[in-house]
Design a binder for this molecule. Structure first.
Ligand SMILES: C[S@@+](CC[C@H](N)C(=O)[O-])C[C@H]1O[C@@H](n2cnc3c(N)ncnc32)[C@H](O)[C@@H]1O
Length: 363
């Protein structure tokens, strides 16, 4: 655990997963500096009397006496409120559960905090089977908003409703991880530029932030899990780069609107990769002759191309030759969708730079 960056500026915190206790780390962040906090804390499941998962985190027991757990979570929320911008919001994920035959809700944690709405995340199923109660299939995302007026949802988000049907992601086997669609909906719901997840686990919130073209700050108490998240984030950045290259490989040239529309990658991520690929000499930026302004991009299949990209040489110069075929079997070097987090963790030799100052250097 190294010393946290100075509180003066947010810049050294951005696009990094920081190793440490989030309460201590958050105390080093400037007040009113963060636009959005999206988080799923440990649920204290190891003390549960139910039949559900006893989650085993790497270095977190998840078994506090209930009153201490409530006190701790309230301290975390208080710190989140301090660092939140006046127009910001917190999306705080939790769930109810049956304990000793009685439902335990989260009022004790949330009392006094300005909860504006409770979003129900309707999952497909669960594992907490018990003859005495229905299988719990709903989690809750509490939208906490400090200011009455300043917070505004994006237009698309307003009609989304308060029941989100989202399937659990069975491919990410990190305990307690949530499907990327949950942080994705929260992040795209606002225009916040910086998204903090103080309990980032395997890094799902960071992936959602980067794909929405936002910057992230992650915090995680386990060094091992920090590494896991950093590798997952790096692998996802690599796949954006590959998708852009594969897309350009099938075209004479394309402008950035077309690349955004056809790859689904966010503008900021695309611009970062286009800049980097141009610098590396892998693509060429030209001006559209029709209006003299719009920039167009094409692959530069110069002499270093294949060596740099690590691809099979195209049959002839300038010919259509995808670096990998997105329609065929996933490229094992870049495909994160089907891989477990453990598998990603093992790919320690693979490195790539995501948007921002690259993970792995931080902690
Ligand atoms: C429910 S998991 C988050 C999962 C995450 N949403 C994902 O998709 O991978 C909670 C995480 O909080 C971490 N954690 C527990 N106590 C912490 C603390 N005091 N500070 C920072 N992280 C902590 C745990 O190690 C665990 O990875």
């Amino acid at each position: 655990m190294s010393a946290p960056p100075s509180p003066q500026s947010l810049e050294p915190w951005l696009d990094r997963v920081h190793h440490g206790d989030c309460l201590e780390l958050m105390r080093c962040l400037p007040s009113r500096s963060i636009g959005l906090i999206v988080t799923s804390p440990p649920f204290n499941l190891s003390l549960s009397t139910g039949n559900g998962d006893r989650i085993r985190y790497d270095s977190w027991g998840d078994a506090m006496p209930h009153h201490e757990y409530v006190k701790w979570q309230r301290r975390c929320l208080t710190e989140m409120m301090r660092i939140l911008r006046p127009d910001g919001a917190i999306y705080y994920h939790h769930k109810t559960r049956v304990q000793s035959g009685v439902e335990q809700d989260r009022i004790d944690i949330l009392e006094g905090f300005p909860v504006r709405q409770t979003i129900t995340w309707a999952r497909d199923g669960g594992i907490n089977h018990n003859p005495g109660y229905y299988l719990p299939t709903a989690d809750f995302v509490y939208l906490i908003v400090p200011s009455r007026q300043a917070f505004r949802l994006s237009k698309e988000a307003r009609g989304m409703g308060t029941v989100w049907r989202v399937r659990q992601d069975t491919r990410n086997r990190y305990p307690g991880s949530w499907p990327q669609e949950i942080p994705d909906r929260c992040i795209r719901g606002t225009a916040a530029e910086v998204v903090l997840d103080p309990f980032i686990g395997s890094g799902t919130t960071a992936l959602a932030a980067l794909q929405a073209g936002r910057r992230y700050i992650g915090m995680e108490i386990s060094e091992y899990v920090c590494q896991l998240a950093r590798r997952r984030i790096a692998a996802s950045a690599k796949s954006s780069r590959q998708r852009i290259l594969a897309y350009l490989a099938t075209r004479q040239c394309a402008d950035r609107q077309a690349i955004i529309a056809d790859t689904g990658i966010a503008l900021r991520t695309i611009m970062w990769h286009l800049g980097k690929l141009t610098q590396e000499g892998l693509i060429v930026a030209t001006t559209d002759p029709r209006d003299g302004r719009r920039r167009r991009y094409r692959l530069d299949r110069g002499s270093h191309f294949d060596q740099k990209i690590g691809a099979t040489p195209p049959p002839e110069r300038g010919c259509v030759a995808p670096i990998f075929d997105p329609g065929s079997a996933p490229d094992p070097r870049t495909d994160t969708s089907a891989s477990s987090t453990e598998a990603l963790f093992e790919r320690s030799s693979e490195r790539d730079e995501p948007p921002g100052p690259g993970p792995g250097s931080n902690s």
